[in-house]
Design a protein around this ligand. Structure first.
Ligand SMILES: *Cc1c(COP(=O)(O)O)cnc(C)c1O
Length: 360
């Protein structure tokens, strides 16, 4: 086997045991005589798969009982529209924190549906920190405050869940879901595209509090209405069946092989800390994100010299460390070290960087 260490921001690495199990069950899902891909989503075998997946989300993420777990399609980006359509229907106002590319996109999309304000932004320093705000800055009648908890492209993340007083908090967790425990009860709604840390692309997870469901505006497309999804157990139409199955395997891996999110967080923090420690000691590389805003999933770094950056990415690829190039809007490098990136991959990257630094 010649698997590389893949530092892609998404779609990204999946745990090897998950891939091995999916491969073993590919042509005959135990007892069914067919692949999960070939099954009716209404069959008893599949109904058990999706029900198990939901239970796993509930137990691994400690989802309170008054929240619905929805398996949707269209990626996190579709939620940029679905959230205002479903939730921005009280005062018709919402406050957005713009802390990176995806939060900017969610803000721009929400503007099409109502009165949307930038509550705080870190655009002034190219999103190298998480902007703070006071509860008093929030419009008290806002239907919700929206944040992106981990900024995939810039490599920043909230040091803690911000206080929004009585206003509902909504968060994009696409690139940090399952990376550490998170108190779901602090949010009205969280969502995540699966392809960063939870499974293959094609699946979007939404966890939404019961009282926020059933308030979608009249013109909401039926596929974007949380009530329709909730009333039909995420099966109003054909759900992304195979992606849900793989997400179930990932959740089982987190629960059984890792030992849950506390353990997962311990591993993730150790991996990130090693890499940041090296970056902070290096004379060639540096991490642009402020200390208390640093992501443990997406580690961005630069040399300050485009030619050296380019050579670094090229040489790294030859060494089996692939997809380290930073997002085109930021430049430099980005190592996405999601749950499935083995600690050995981070160790190898650091060794490689040390060698590179010596020889450059
Ligand atoms: C990747 C990503 C998105 C976009 O996800 P899609 O599933 O491609 O729509 C949105 N937000 C964050 C934080 C992301 O990392």
């Amino acid at each position: 086997m010649s698997r590389v260490f893949n530092f892609s921001a998404g779609p990204s690495m999946l745990p090897l045991p998950v891939l091995v199990k999916a491969a073993a069950e590919m042509t005959d899902y135990p007892g069914s005589g067919m692949s999960v891909m070939e099954m009716s989503h209404r069959s008893p075998v599949y109904e058990k798969i999706i029900a198990d997946a939901e239970q796993l989300v509930r137990s691994v993420l400690a989802v309170p009982d008054n929240y619905k777990v929805l398996f949707l399609q269209g990626g996190a980006t579709t939620q940029f529209s679905a959230i205002p359509l479903n939730l921005m229907n009280g005062s018709g106002k919402a406050d957005y924190v713009v802390s990176g590319m995806f939060s900017k996109k969610s803000y721009e999309e929400a503007k099409r549906f109502g009165d949307v304000k930038v509550l705080a932004t870190s655009a002034d320093k190219n999103f190298t920190y998480i902007p703070t705000f006071n509860v008093a800055d929030i419009r008290p009648d806002a239907d919700y405050v929206h944040i992106c908890y981990n900024n995939t492209i810039f490599g920043s993340r909230y040091p803690a869940i911000p206080d929004t007083g009585n206003v509902t908090l909504v968060a994009d967790l696409s690139s940090c879901i399952l990376s550490e425990p998170i108190d779901i009860s602090r949010f009205g709604l969280v969502y995540a595209g699966a392809q960063k840390n939870m499974g293959p692309s094609g699946l979007t997870l939404v966890i939404v509090r019961d009282d926020l469901i059933g308030k979608a505006r009249e013109t909401t497309p039926i596929m974007l209405d949380y009530k329709v999804a909730a009333d039909n157990d995420s099966m109003y139409n054909t759900p992304p069946t195979y992606a849900i199955y793989v997400a179930k395997l990932v959740l089982e891996w987190v629960r059984d092989e890792i030992g849950g999110l506390e353990k997962m967080a311990e591993i993730n923090r150790r991996k990130a800390q090693k890499l940041y420690d090296y970056l902070d000691s290096s004379k060639l590389f540096s991490a642009p994100v402020e200390l208390n805003s640093r992501s443990i999933m997406n580690v961005t770094f630069v040399t300050g010299n485009d030619e050296i950056d380019k050579k670094f990415c090229k040489d790294a690829e030859k060494a089996g460390l692939v997809n380290i190039k930073g997002h085109r809007s930021v430049g430099g490098m980005r190592a996405s070290i999601y749950n499935a990136m083995p600690e050995a991959g981070v160790d190898k990257l650091i060794e490689f960087m040390k060698e590179f630094e010596k020889n450059v």
